[in-house]
Design a protein around this ligand. Structure first.
Ligand SMILES: Nc1nc2c(ncn2[C@@H]2O[C@H](COP(=O)(O)OP(=O)(O)O)[C@@H](O)[C@H]2O)c(=O)[nH]1
Ligand SMILES: [Mg+2]
Length: 370
């Protein structure tokens, strides 16, 4: 999962690390340790007056004719300076140090299918975190850069996060959840996975076969429902999805069912008839949650579609499927930022349990896991 992205980000870490180390070497005076050793052995800089003999003081006065007071000030000044140079060596990162590595970071993000505005947001955040950073010579460069990147990616991914489980637990029942998206992205499979998840949590579920458009779609959902052991409400193929879903809600109300999961036919946001049909579904049986489903492997296309669906029928969040086959991670990183709505779950395989509740922190840790 996300292997290409991982490789690119670690490339950036190394690149900027080398740049920082070059700067550290350029700043660090080479003969400094020798000077310090001399400095500590010279009696004139001894802080203790007991150790300062009249003779040695005299010899110092011969070399540098200054008063005792000035001498002491000078000693402290030099001691502080030496300490600052040797023990607290720091330098400050500036824009010039970061320009080239950050440009390369942006290219790497774009090549990983991360949307342009999202790449820019990440690069800006990394720049803001690193420019002006007082960097201790000798401290671990990798950590500084990794922390900045992690925070930048975490921030763009945690748009309007809400706890799905808490929401469902506290919502008035039945909770109605409608799934939308184009064909073949994993709507029906995700419904089956969620039906199993709710059942495992002790909630009762009914699924509505609202994809009356594609041949075999009703049977596909019926097979899943049979395997999982949840009730399905279905009509004939080519029937009105709004009517099927309405029936499912009535069934749920009559039987005190907790959750209704409504499948819908795949559609492009540009298909006016199908979008009207979807709006009718939402008018007749308003969803508590409208969830957009797309596949992570579609990269930028998935991000575009998420934005367009969100414009047409405002969504509450997204499910991103097929992350098990996604090396780039672009869609996962971009969708929440672009839509302003959180990713709720990740599909990670074809089994019923291959569904992971999305957690931005977990995701970021995955990207930087060794
Ligand atoms: N590898 C993988 N395949 C998935 C995942 N989710 C769905 N699929 C597969 O994608 C195909 C299309 O899924 P389906 O649920 O029918 O898509 P729909 O047209 O949106 O309802 C099926 O073969 C699923 O098994 C996933 O998370 N990982
Ligand atoms: Mg389907």
């Amino acid at each position: 999962m996300f292997n290409k992205l991982k490789a690119k980000l670690s490339g950036f870490k190394e690149k900027i690390g080398t740049r920082i180390d070059e700067k550290a070497v350029a700043i660090e005076p080479v003969e400094e340790p020798v000077e310090v050793a001399d400095f500590l052995q010279t009696p004139s800089v001894s802080v203790s007056p007991v150790q300062t003999t009249v003779e040695s003081e005299k010899s110092v006065h011969e070399k540098t004719p200054v008063s005792n007071e000035t001498q002491n000030n000078k000693k402290i000044g030099f001691a502080q300076k030496a300490k600052a140079l040797v023990f607290e060596r720091e330098f400050i990162l500036d824009d010039d140090d970061l320009e080239e590595p950050l440009w390369e970071l942006e290219m790497a993000l774009l090549e990983s299918d991360i949307a342009l505005t999202v790449s820019e947001a990440i690069v800006d955040s990394v720049r803001k975190q690193l420019v002006g950073t007082r960097r201790r010579i000798g401290s671990n460069t990798g950590n500084i850069v990794e922390d900045a990147l992690k925070k930048a990616i975490y921030d763009v991914m945690s748009a309007n996060v809400f706890d799905f489980d808490e929401y469902v637990k506290n919502a008035k029942k039945p909770v109605h959840i409608v799934f939308v998206g184009i064909n073949g992205t994993g709507k029906t499979t995700s419904i089956a996975k969620l039906a199993k998840r709710f059942k495992d949590q002790g909630l009762s579920v009914v699924v509505a076969a609202g994809d009356t458009f594609r041949a075999g779609a009703i049977d596909q959902l019926a097979i899943h429902a049979g395997k999982i052991g949840v009730k399905i409400i279905k009509h004939q193929e080519q029937g009105d999805p709004a009517a099927v879903i309405y029936d499912a809600i009535q069934h749920a109300k009559a039987n005190r069912v907790d959750v209704v999961l409504s499948d819908t036919a795949g559609r492009m946001h540009t298909n006016i008839n199908l979008m009207e049909q979807l709006k009718k579904v939402c008018r007749v049986s308003p969803p508590d949650l409208l969830i957009f489903v797309d596949e992570a492997v579609a990269g930028n296309d998935a991000v575009e579609r998420a934005a367009q669906f969100n414009g047409a029928v405002p969504i509450h969040g997204s499910i991103l499927t097929k992350t098990d086959a996604d090396a780039k991670g672009g869609a996962a990183i971009s969708i929440a930022y672009i839509t302003g709505k959180p990713i709720l779950f990740l599909g990670m395989g074809q089994g019923y349990d291959d569904l992971r509740k999305f957690d931005p922190k977990w995701f970021v840790d995955q990207i930087f896991a060794e």
